[in-house]
Design a protein around this ligand. Structure first.
Ligand code: PFF
Length: 450
């Protein structure tokens, strides 16, 4: 019998554990870390604003269909490639075939570009925590979000503080931090979201927000909306930039990744839906515009807190818990280039973190300034921040996911029967991985970018 390629790879490659890797070997910790990577700003900040820009309920339907029918396949495949090759991103693709090394580089590059805008939003959170603790009613400031993001010095400072926090957590090893954030803080975050949902649903005109979210308007269908939904699905599940591959490479042989895949999808979708149900009723109640862009959540939420007795305390708690969720995702983004630098180029973790801090700063400072002094600078009609967001989630992540499926299905020959007990589902998985998902990804990229 011919030995499947992946068994050969397992035998050939030594197990490479980095600092985080040693800590992710227990399945429970691994799932916590993977869920921590998925649940973050993508759910609370990005999901409502992308949905608001793409027609509400109709976007939600396409998004959910993509998650349930398509995205679980590359998610599973990414974990499997990591688990099988036991290497960081570049080494993983190179070990399958040296010709695929370029893809290994494309993944951390995508991660660096994502960091350049993700860490800016992390900075906004820190600012809102500061204001909440200082007992400042953000809502009283009118367009505080506009005012704050235009202030170049403070916006850059907060971006760098968030970046530094993630880098320090990563540099110092994060087992306790990841476990605490995901095991204790994530459920607390869910509780605070449920309380805010109840409050939001009782606001005047809340019904309009629910209709916007759940009553589809089919006239809003367009090609870009499909690509935006795909981009959001990949972004929120952390697929297509090597984060899950890197975490997957730390899993021990006997661990079942099928269950992990379901857990990641379930928890991530739950948090996104909760964020939507909290935000949209409030948007309509306060007469705000759902399509107002990246600031949507940061403009809307202070208005909710302004109506709650002791709103500042609730606001501080909300943003602190959101910060924890953002940090566990931020760590997973930077872990990809760090794992490559440590395992491939044998840098110490500290040095790798320092180099990455400098690289991400170079990209994220102009992106931060795109709300202020660089606001006139446009690429493809978008400011630098929006351009980075678009190019990563709607172009690079789908391309990475496409290559991932092709390589996993055709070259690494990952087969459902090795992971999934139900024979029919296993067969469907194979067809999805080899044919259906690549074709759909190509089609969505084509119609969305045409
Ligand atoms: N999924 C994260 C979120 O929703 O906030 C963001 C993210 C993490 C994207 C890791 C990509 C990634 F590799």
């Amino acid at each position: 019998m011919v030995m499947p390629t992946y068994i050969f790879l397992i035998l050939k490659n030594p197990v490479l554990f980095s600092q985080i890797g040693c800590l992710l070997t227990s399945r429970f910790t691994f799932i916590l870390a993977a869920v921590g990577s998925a649940v973050g700003l993508g759910n609370i900040w990005r999901f409502p604003y992308i949905m608001g820009q793409n027609g509400g309920a109709i976007f939600l339907i396409v998004y959910l269909v993509l998650i349930l029918t398509i995205c679980f396949i590359p998610l599973f495949a990414e974990l499997a490639v990591g688990k099988i090759t036991k290497k960081e991103c570049i080494g993983a693709y190179e070990s399958i075939n040296p010709k695929f090394k370029f893809l290994g580089f494309l993944n951390p590059l995508t991660g660096i570009l994502i960091s350049s805008f993700y860490f800016i939003v992390g900075g906004w959170i820190i600012d809102y925590i500061y204001l909440s603790i200082a007992d400042t009613k953000i809502a009283d400031y009118g367009d505080y979000f506009g005012f704050f993001t235009q202030n170049s010095v403070s916006a850059c400072a907060f971006t760098l503080i968030f970046l530094l926090m993630c880098i320090l957590f990563t540099a110092r090893g994060v087992k306790k931090g990841i476990e605490f954030a995901n095991y204790v803080l994530m459920p607390l975050f869910a509780v605070i979201l449920v309380c805010l949902i109840i409050f939001s649903l009782n606001l005047p005109n809340a019904k309009l927000g629910l209709e916007y979210m759940f009553k589809p308007d089919f006239s809003k269908i367009n090609a870009q909306m499909f690509l935006a939904a795909l981009g959001q699905a990949l972004f929120t599940l952390s697929i297509g930039m090597g984060a899950l591959l890197t975490y997957g490479s730390y899993i021990k042989e006997d661990k079942n990744i099928t269950k992990s895949t379901y857990t990641i999808i379930f928890s991530d979708t739950l948090f996104a839906l909760m964020a939507g149900i909290m935000i949209f009723p409030a948007i309509f109640s306060f007469g705000l515009e759902p399509s107002s862009g990246a600031g949507l959540v940061f403009i809307t939420i202070p208005q909710i807190f302004a109506q709650i007795p002791h709103g500042n305390i609730v606001s501080a708690a909300f943003f602190i818990l959101l910060l924890a969720a953002a940090i566990t995702s931020g760590i997973s983004i930077i872990e990809v280039p760090i794992a490559s630098m440590v395992e491939r180029w044998k840098l110490t973790r500290g040095k790798a973190c320092l180099i990455l801090f400098c690289i991400i700063s170079v990209f994220s400072i102009p992106a931060t300034l795109s709300f202020g002094i660089l606001s006139g600078f446009k690429i493809l009609d978008k400011n630098i921040f929006d351009f980075l967001d678009f190019i990563t989630s709607s172009v690079l992540m789908p391309i990475n996911a496409l290559f991932l499926c092709i390589i996993a299905g055709w070259f690494l020959k990952i087969r459902g029967e090795h992971f999934i007990q139900n024979k029919i589902i296993a067969k469907l998985f194979d067809i999805g991985l080899k044919y259906v998902v690549p074709i759909i990804l190509i089609a969505l990229l084509y119609i969305g970018l045409k």
